[in-house]
Design a binder for this molecule. Sequence first.
Ligand code: PBG
Length: 324
Amino acid sequence: MSFPDVRLRRLRRSEPLRRLVRETRLEREDLVLPLFAVEGRRVRQPVSSMPGVERLSVDEVAEECRRVVDLGLPAVILFGVPAAKDARGSGADDPGGIVQRAVEAAKRAAPELCVITDVCLCEYTDHGHCGLLDGEEVANDPSLDRLAATAVSHARAGADVVAPSDMMDGRVAAIRRALDAANFASLPILSYAAKYASAFYGPFREAAESTPAFGDRRGYQMDPSNRREALREMELDLAEGADALMVKPALPYLDVLADARRRFDVPLAAYQVSGEYAMLMAAAANGWIDGPRAMHETLISIKRAGADFILSYAAKDLAARLAP
Ligand code: PBG
C-alpha cells in the first residue's frame, strides 16, 4: 500500500491523536539534577555561563533537595567544590569533606530522594586532573585506590549511587571491590563509561573550578572520533561490575547512545553537559530559538536515541513544565 491509500498525516491531525501515537515521552522520572556544593552558609552563587544554575552551600543544598522532591524529580547528582586542593586530592575522600557533608544534608532533608555522587579527583587536585600525576602523566593504577576510597567515603555519607567519571582503566572493579569490602555490596555503580574529551565541559569547569592546570584530558577521556571504542569501554565496565552505564556528552553522541541501547540490556544514562545547556540558554536569551521547546526537543532526542534517564541542568525547569 502506498499513497493515496496511505496518508501518514491522518494521525497528525490533532494534539490528542498525536499524544496517542507518540513513541517517546519525557517525564519527570527521567531527569536527574546536578548540584554543586560549596563552603559557607546561605550561599547561592550564580554560575555566569549557566543561567539558572547556582553553586550552593550545604544548607542550601538541603533546601534545594526539598524543592527537587516537591517538583517530582527522583534524583540529584552532587559535585563538590572544596576550599583547599592538593596534589593527591585529599578532599575527595575526606569524611568531613564538602560532598560528604552535602550528601548527609541532602539525605536528612529529603530521605526519599536518590542521591548520586560524582566520583572523581579533578575538583580536589591542585593540578585539576582526574587522577594522580607521575611527572606530567596521569598515572592510572596509583589513582585507583584514591578513587575507591572516594567512593567508599560517599557511601558512608549516605550516597545511594556512586558515579565514577575519571576514565581510569579498571576503576569500576576497584570501586566495586572497595565498596563490597566496606559492607556496601548493595550500592550500585553508575559508570561514566563512554566519556569523551569534549569541548562542551567548559561551563562546568567554571562551576567546579576543575580546569586542568596544564595539558588536557585527551590522555584518559575518549577521542570524539571513536564510536566502536565506546562499546568496548561499556563492555569492560559491565564486566567490572557497573550496574548502569552513561554516555557523555549527550546530543553530539546520539549514535553512541543508540549503539549502546542495541547492545546492552542495562539502564543507560546520558549527560546533557554544561556546554550543551549553555548553548541552548544563550541562543534562547538572544531570542534566536524558543528555549523551552528547544530544550524539550533535545531531551526527547536523547531519550529516543536510547537513554533511560538524563542528567540535565534544565531538570527543575522541565519538571515544573511537565504535567504530573
Ligand atoms: C569530572 C566531571 C566533569 C563533568 C562531569 N564530571 C568535567 C570534566 O571531565 O572535565 C562535566 C559535566 C558538565 O560539563 O556538565 N571529571
